[in-house]
Design a protein around this ligand. Structure first.
Ligand SMILES: C[S@@+](CC[C@H](N)C(=O)[O-])C[C@H]1O[C@@H](n2cnc3c(N)ncnc32)[C@H](O)[C@@H]1O
Length: 298
């Protein structure tokens, strides 16, 4: 039996497939719109969709090529498929398509290029140089599955009622309403924090951004929005998410544990919520207090 569809159509650093069960076990008992402001490959969104837990969703990310790929699959999936059908698995072709400027291509062509480079490039990395050019070398795969018709069509169906936005995470405060649920999966705080973590992060997500995200979570809580957030088990994250508003839960994840990624093992990660995670407690609080947010204005 193959993997169920729809599932992530890109390989993405920090993909959350592994934590999906833990996150699903901790969802709010009921919510309106689902928001995912660091959507990446969308592992949690697709799982929630498959489990029929979502009515309406707003997915966003700061990566414009990524959001365009989602848009193209939502609105022009057959074109994306027919372009991918013409792409050979070939090193020379890989470099030819890699050299093309995606912003001169049509939306479906740009999406097909993104999927092709992601599935045939080294390790499924998305990496651009200072000029914003994709610079991952050709990967050593025998027959990479860059054309997965069944999944692309299922993804397109799943996205039909989804709003897709290329925006930074803090804009979610303008959209999320009381009773909505937001799941944040930001770039993680590195486990081995070097002295320069505070000043520079290659992904642009340093201490200041992590603190800004915490402030966004506080504001959402004040607006009656349910929040779930994952991050690494680090002092910084434990200090930022204080107990008056947040509950911090440890979960086990299988991750690369040294810098070259060769050695893997179980490590703890943090799942933070602004509501108790047990369903029975949520229902009980709802009955007695009318809300189950840990910090509520009432
Ligand atoms: C850890 S990944 C998310 C992984 C995702 N949950 C998955 O299953 O693939 C973090 C994502 O945050 C995005 N990102 C980085 N800075 C951002 C910002 N300021 N606002 C919104 N998204 C951002 C990156 O483009 C990346 O896709």
């Amino acid at each position: 039996m193959g993997n169920p569809v729809p599932r992530p159509f890109l390989k993405w650093a920090g993909g959350k497939t592994q934590l999906a069960d833990a996150i699903l076990e901790r969802m709010p008992v009921s919510f309106n719109t689902y928001h995912e402001p660091f959507v990446g490959s969308g592992a949690i969104f697709f799982r929630l969709y498959r489990d029929r837990k979502i009515r309406h969703a707003i997915l966003s990310d700061i990566n414009a090529e990524l959001i365009d790929t989602y848009l193209a699959i939502r609105d022009h999936v057959l074109e994306v498929i027919s372009i991918l059908e013409q792409y050979p698995h070939d090193k020379a072709f890989y470099y030819e398509i890699r050299e093309k400027d995606p912003w001169t291509m049509s939306l479906p062509e740009r999406a097909a290029r993104m999927i092709y480079l992601n599935k045939t490039g080294y390790n499924g990395l998305y990496r651009v140089n200072r000029q914003g050019k994709f610079n991952v070398p050709f990967g050593k795969y025998k027959s990479p599955k860059y054309l997965d018709r069944e999944n692309l069509i299922a993804v397109s169906q799943a996205l039909q009622d989804v709003d897709l936005l290329c925006v930074s995470f803090e804009t979610v405060v303008e959209r999320a309403k009381m009773g909505d649920w937001v799941y944040f999966d930001p770039p993680y705080v590195p486990l081995s924090q070097t002295a320069n973590f505070t000043s520079y992060q290659p992904n642009g997500f340093g201490v200041q951004e992590q603190a800004k995200l915490r402030d966004v979570c506080v504001e959402l809580t004040r607006n009656g929005v349910f929040v779930t957030l994952s991050n690494s088990d680090t002092r910084l994250i434990r200090d930022l998410y204080f107990p008056e508003y947040f509950l911090t839960d440890e979960v086990l994840a299988n991750r690369a544990i040294n810098c070259n990624g060769a050695k893997r093992g179980k490590i703890t990660e943090l799942l933070i919520t602004n509501y108790p995670v047990e369903r029975a407690i949520q229902l009980q609080l709802l009955e007695t207090r009318g809300t189950y947010l840990i910090h509520s204005a009432s």
